[in-house]
Design a protein around this ligand. Structure first.
Ligand SMILES: Cc1cc2nc3c(=O)[nH]c(=O)nc-3n(C[C@H](O)[C@H](O)[C@H](O)COP(=O)(O)OP(=O)(O)OC[C@H]3O[C@@H](n4cnc5c(N)ncnc54)[C@H](O)[C@@H]3O)c2cc1C
Length: 388
C-alpha cells in the first residue's frame, strides 16, 4: 500500500488530521506523527470560540464541520466572556462564547475520523525530507515518494525547511494546569504587562469551576535574560489581580510550546509541497489562537491536492485559496500586533493604549478588525505609538 501513497501528511495535529480526512475521499493518504500517542503531550490552552464567533472572526472561510460539531467528550468547559487586563490591573470585558477543548481527546477524535475515512495512520514515526523523498524512522521505517506532501508539522516544520523558508518568528509559551484556583469560570482572561508577560500576555483559561490552564507567552527578544518558569511563577504568586485567584491552587501539569507570531512568512507551496497550520504561520498574531486557521488551512490543502489529481489544477493555486479565505484577517492580526508591540515595551504606554480603547474597540482588536484600532490611534494624542 505504501508504494501507492498519493498524499503524505506530516503531523497529526488539527491541521494534519483535517487534511488527511478530507483528502482520503479521493486519494490514498498516509498521516505520520512522531508522537507515540496522538494528541499527547498537550501544548495548547484549548480555547476555541463557538461557531458563530468563528464565522465573525473569519467571515470568508468555509469552516470544516469538525470545527463546528465537536463531541461533548472533547469539550471540558464553556466560557461566556473575554476579559483583558491592563498592566495597572484594570479589566475590560466583552462577550465571547468559547469552548475549552480537551486537546488530547480532540486531536485523537480528529485522527480517528481520518483513520475511519481510510487514512493509514503512523504514530511514533518521525519523517525526514530530502530531495522529495520522505524517510521514516521509529515504529515504521522506510522511504516514500508521495505525489503530494502536506506539511502540517508545526512551528519547527521540516517541510518548511525543505522549501527553503527562514525560521519563523516564534512566541515561547509555558503553561500550568492548575486545580483549586478561585477563578471566574465564565471568563477567559488575558493579562498584559511588560513585567509579568514581556512581549506577550499571560492567560487564565478556565477548564472547570476550580481548574484552569494558566500560562504565559512571550517573545525571546523581550526576555532580557529572564527565564520563562520564573516569569510564570511570578505571575501566579505575585500579580496584583491574578495571584488572588491562583496562589491557592496546585499545579497538576506543566506544558511548554511554541507559537508562530509573525503570520504567514516565506512560501507555503513549492513543487509538490504544501504548508498548512502552525507550519505555515497560520496563527492569529493578536491572540496566538491557531486551531481555527489550522483546520481551515488543512481543509484547503487537501481540496487543492484532490483538484490537482482530478482536474490537473496547479498546486500554485494553493496560496491564493488561503488568501481568499483568511489572508486578510491573518495579515491584519500581524499589523495590529506590530502596533501594539510599540506599547508593549512599557507599562505606561500599554496603560495609555488600554485607556484609549473602549470595550467594543478592544473586541475589534482581538478580532483583528484593524480600522477601529487605527481610528483610535488617530484620536489618541499621537505620542502613544511613537517609538522614540
Ligand atoms: C502553550 C500554547 C497554548 C495555545 N493555546 C491555544 C488556544 O487556547 N487556542 C488556540 O486556538 N490555539 C492555541 N495555541 C495554538 C495551537 O495549539 C496551534 O495553532 C495548533 O495546534 C496548530 O495545529 P497544527 O496541526 O498546525 O500543529 P500541531 O498541533 O503542533 O501539530 C503538529 C504535529 O506535527 C508533528 N510533527 C512535527 N514534526 C514532525 C516530524 N518531523 N515527523 C513526524 N511528525 C512531526 C508533531 O508531533 C505534532 O503532533 C496554543 C499553542 C501553545 C504552544
Amino acid at each position: 500500500m505504501m508504494d501507492e501513497i498519493q498524499v503524505a501528511v506530516i503531523g497529526a495535529g488539527p491541521t494534519g488530521s483535517t487534511a488527511a480526512e478530507v483528502a482520503a475521499g479521493n486519494a490514498k493518504v498516509v498521516l505520520i506523527d512522531k508522537k507515540s500517542e496522538i494528541g499527547s503531550p498537550v501544548q495548547c490552552g484549548g480555547f476555541l470560540p463557538e461557531p458563530f464567533e468563528l464565522e465573525r472572526l473569519m467571515p470568508r472561510a468555509r469552516l470544516p464541520v469538525t470545527l463546528i460539531e465537536i463531541p461533548e467528550r472533547c469539550i471540558l468547559h464553556r466560557t461566556r466572556l473575554q476579559r483583558i487586563y491592563s498592566p495597572s490591573g484594570k479589566g475590560k470585558e466583552f462577550q465571547v462564547a468559547g469552548r475549552v477543548l480537551d486537546r488530547r481527546a480532540f486531536d485523537r477524535h480528529l485522527a480517528g475520523r481520518a483513520a475511519r475515512a481510510g487514512v493509514r495512520v503512523l504514530p511514533a514515526t518521525r519523517a525526514d525530507l530530502k530531495d522529495g523523498i520522505l524517510r521514516l524512522s521509529g515504529r515504521f521505517s522506510g522511504s516514500l515518494r508521495p505525489q503530494i506532501i502536506i506539511g502540517a508539522d508545526g512551528p519547527h516544520s521540516i517541510v518548511s525547511r525543505a522549501m527553503g523558508n527562514p525560521v519563523q518568528e516564534l512566541g515561547l509559551c509555558l503553561e500550568y494546569e492548575m486545580v483549586g484556583v478561585k477563578i471566574d469560570a465564565d471568563a477567559a482572561e488575558m493579562y498584559f504587562s511588560a513585567n509579568y508577560a514581556p512581549g506577550g500576555y499571560a492567560w487564565i483559561i478556565p477548564m472547570g469551576p476550580d481548574t484552569a490552564n494558566v500560562g504565559v507567552g512571550v517573545r525571546a527578544s523581550y526576555l532580557s535574560g529572564r527565564k520563562l518558569p520564573d516569569i510564570l511563577d511570578r505571575f501566579v504568586s505575585e500579580h496584583p489581580v491574578a495571584a488572588k485567584k491562583l496562589a491557592c491552587g496546585e499545579v497538576l501539569a506543566v506544558m511548554r510550546g511554541l507559537v508562530p507570531a509573525g503570520g504567514s512568512q516565506g512560501t507555503i507551496q513549492k513543487s509538490n509541497m504544501l504548508l498548512a497550520g502552525d507550519a505555515a504561520g497560520h496563527v492569529m498574531a493578536t491572540s496566538g489562537g491557531g486551531i481555527p486557521l489550522a483546520m481551515v488551512a488543512g481543509r484547503i490543502a487537501a481540496e487543492v491536492a484532490i483538484r490537482h489529481f482530478q482536474d490537473k489544477m496547479p498546486l500554485q493555486e494553493y496560496p491564493s485559496r488561503i488568501r481568499e479565505e483568511f489572508g486578510i484577517e491573518l495579515s491584519r492580526s500581524v499589523q495590529i500586533r506590530k502596533i501594539v508591540d510599540v506599547s508593549m515595551k512599557s507599562d505606561s504606554l500599554m496603560n495609555a493604549l488600554f485607556a484609549t480603547l473602549n470595550t467594543d474597540q478592544m473586541k475589534s482588536v482581538m478580532r483583528a478588525e484593524i480600522p477601529l484600532l487605527l481610528k483610535a490611534r488617530e484620536r489618541s494624542d499621537g505620542d502613544l505609538f511613537r517609538t522614540s
